[in-house]
Design a protein around this ligand. Structure first.
Ligand SMILES: [Zn+2]
Length: 76
């Protein structure tokens, strides 16, 4: 008799949403992670500690840099 461990009701938790933080090895529900890399880090603190910056800050920086007041005067 084959007992399949995978199936509705076989486990109380939905492990599909459980990730292990790359920084602190904490198991967490990635949907609840405040990190912008929520699939990788349990929190923005771990993200920042591991990367040295947060993606959020980086994106904000790039967005600011992407608006250089395009007044490139033609050199001719
Ligand atoms: Zn963590």
């Amino acid at each position: 008799m084959v007992d399949t461990p995978i199936g509705p009701g076989s486990t109380g938790m939905n492990l599909n949403h459980i990730k292990v933080c790359a920084r602190c090895n904490l198991r967490y529900d990635w949907r609840k992670s405040p990190s912008s890399m929520k699939m990788t880090y349990c929190s923005s603190l771990c993200e920042k500690a591991d990367l040295g910056f947060t993606l959020e800050a980086l994106l904000r920086y790039e967005r600011a840099a992407a608006e250089p007041e395009a007044e490139a005067t033609p050199a001719v």
